[in-house]
Design a protein around this ligand. Structure first.
Ligand SMILES: Cc1cc2nc3c(=O)[nH]c(=O)nc-3n(C[C@H](O)[C@H](O)[C@H](O)COP(=O)(O)OP(=O)(O)OC[C@H]3O[C@@H](n4cnc5c(N)ncnc54)[C@H](O)[C@@H]3O)c2cc1C
Length: 571
């Protein structure tokens, strides 16, 4: 059942407790409860994703607009040295489905090298790309867009599976999309087309005209059909409880609805799975005394396990936008016309059709590398997962998207290309602001604090400027909105003033080998130093991901569910 307060639940003991009904947690709780003799409690700080106010979550056209609403934790970063001391909003999903309910829908599994690097880091070949395949197939399936447009030749059916999560391509390719794809035909040497993402048509988690999230795909169907799965909403896990002296066993969670509310304890007879995400998971570990002892001391928390890497090693990817006025048809005039937008939303309301029913704003993407003889690679080494993994990424957007320090023009046709630093070397942290679970932790992504990172973004901007000089863009591309960014110094000034988070934090409870001292979890995702506790979410990635994180989180969650079932002999 679904409960909205801990006192509504009549039992205090379950086989498994999953913390966070987000992208990973909803998958794990759903998979574990497939066995009817197993009881599962899933605890989520946020609320329902299908109430009267949920259009902002479900309508593909509105993707991104839940940022800053009650569906967002509304975190803020610490002052960023690499960005002129700026702070910025740091969104995370605060709702069933977690960030998969509020994200920008992009579905990209990343390069095979990402998984092979995780396998190497964990010293466990079962994480390799080849071995991870069944879990990809278990998670996702390709579906047509609402208008059944033929997408033959735009994706590879063979690499898609039979899972509950739906992914699809746009219903409405734009002139911009055709130019991007045309470029990959004409200039395939420099900009090779990839039939199934990496550089080509963008896939999004949209199916049957709506967002497909871990909640819609996994959690609601499980809750609708099973007695052995309970979901507790609007309730935060504040601390883990421990038994045992020599070998500490994590056996319970303390929960509360706010700072002053009565606390309740729930016990797990088998395991607790932390899926509170790259911010929530390290915060709970630290509050429970699992973390760097010096930081715990400072906050008056008794150390249970001195685990120096909890909350450390955070990586995120900065993004900037560059805009050009164009001589062609874009979505910019439509997006400047409130009546036209109302009409499209009205059409969606009527029959779930129209351009609101699929991703339309950006449908093509490119993952690119620095030249192999780049001085940056020679001086600092290659931080990407391997020779087929990107250093930076471009998304081609069919309207004007402004940086934080710009005002968007209200007339004309515009395109934007986002530039993302895919493989940063900067590493930040999540640390406690206090020993209260209700105080937001200090989030420091440490954006652009390494010479490699700023140098790579500068090279990426120049690479984009070169790309747009290919003949594909003749007669289409007009003047840049920013004026000419010519010298490295001009580009650097622009980037440091404009960059914000792509909202892809990872690494705060990183995986490492069973014998290695560093890292927070071992190859089977069990937290080092205790028993009875695993982490299953984006925190475990040891490096920024080479694709987009949600697909990789789903894969980890599917594999973790299988691991947990194996441990407890559950079918
Ligand atoms: C606005 C936005 C846009 C994005 N766009 C994309 C995109 O287009 N493509 C992509 O691949 N990735 C995107 N991402 C990133 C991606 O969505 C996340 O990396 C991924 O969903 C993280 O999954 P997770 O399971 O680790 O955490 P989450 O999905 O964030 O789940 C964590 C859950 O735990 C809950 N929780 C936290 N603390 C507690 C606590 N103490 N007690 C109880 N519950 C708790 C949270 O409320 C949340 O529901 C985006 C993210 C955001 C925020």
């Amino acid at each position: 059942g679904i409960f909205t307060a801990p006192e509504q639940i009549s039992t205090s003991s379950y086989d498994f407790i999953v913390v966070g009904a987000g992208t990973a947690g909803a998958v794990v709780a759903s998979r574990l409860s497939e066995n009817p003799s197993t009881t599962v409690l899933l605890i989520e700080a946020g609320g329902l994703d299908n109430g009267t106010d949920s259009a902002v979550l479900s309508i593909p056209f509105l993707a991104g607009q839940a940022i800053g609403t009650t569906f967002d934790w509304n975190y803020t970063t610490t002052s960023q040295d690499g960005l002129n001391g700026r702070t910025m909003p740091f969104p995370r999903g605060f709702v069933m489905g977690g960030s998969s309910s509020i994200n920008n829908l992009v579905y990209s599994r990343g390069p095979s090298e990402d998984w092979d690097r995780i396998a190497a880091t964990a010293d466990d070949p079962s994480w390799s790309w080849d071995n991870i395949q069944p879990f990809i197939f278990r998670n996702e399936r390709h579906v047509p867009a609402w208008n059944n447009r033929s997408d033959v030749g735009e994706y590879n059916p063979v690499v898609h599976g039979h899972g509950p999560l739906m992914s699809s391509l746009t219903s409405t390719p734009s002139e911009l999309d055709h130019r991007v794809i045309n470029m990959t035909t004409k200039f395939g040497q420099e900009y090779p087309f990839n039939l199934d993402l990496n550089s080509g048509w963008l896939q999004t988690t949209v199916g049957e005209s709506a967002r497909s999230s871990s909640s819609t795909a996994y959690l609601h169907p499980a809750l609708n059909s099973r007695e052995n799965l309970d979901l507790l909403l609007n309730t935060q896990v504040t601390k883990l409880t421990v038994t045992g002296a020599a070998e500490m066993n994590v056996n319970g969670v303390i929960v509360a609805q706010n700072e002053t509310a009565v606390a309740f304890t729930f016990i797990a007879t088998k395991e607790i799975i932390l899926s509170a995400g790259a911010i929530g998971t390290p915060q709970i570990l630290l509050l429970s005394g699992i973390g760097p002892s010096e930081e715990l001391d400072k906050n008056g928390i008794t150390t249970l396990v001195d685990s120096p890497d909890v909350g450390k090693n955070m990586q995120d990817q900065p993004i900037i936008f560059l805009q050009w006025e164009v001589n062609g048809t874009t979505l910019a005039p439509f997006l400047n016309d409130e009546d036209a937008i109302s009409a499209v939303l009205e059409q969606y309301e009527q029959n779930k059709t129209g351009i609101a029913a699929s991703n339309v704003l950006f449908n093509t993407i490119g993952f690119l590398r620095l030249p192999e003889n780049s001085p940056l690679l020679e001086e600092y080494g290659d931080p990407s997962a391997g020779p087929h993994s990107a250093h930076f990424q471009f998304s081609f957007i069919d309207t004007f998207l402004q940086n934080i320090n710009q005002v968007a023009p209200t007339t004309g046709d515009w395109i934007t290309v986002s530039v993302v630093l895919q493989s940063p070397t900067s590493r930040g942290s999540v640390t406690l602001a206090s020993n209260s679970a209700f105080d937001h932790p200090l989030i420091d992504p440490a954006f652009l604090t390494s010479a490699f990172d700023i140098g790579t973004v500068i090279e990426a901007v120049k690479s984009l400027q070169t790309l747009l000089t290919t003949s594909t863009w003749d007669g289409f591309i007009g003047p840049p909105f920013t004026g000419n960014l010519t010298t490295d110094a001009e580009i650097e000034t622009f980037v440091r003033a404009a960059a914000v988070t792509l909202k892809h934090p990872v690494g705060t409870a990183a995986i490492s080998s069973a014998t290695q001292e560093g890292g927070v979890v071992g190859p089977n995702l069990q937290v080092k130093g205790v028993t009875g506790l695993r982490v299953v979410d984006a925190s475990i990635f040891p490096f920024a991901v080479g694709g987009f994180p949600q697909a990789e989180v789903y894969i980890v969650a599917e594999r973790a569910s299988a691991l947990i079932k194996e441990t407890w002999n559950l079918s």
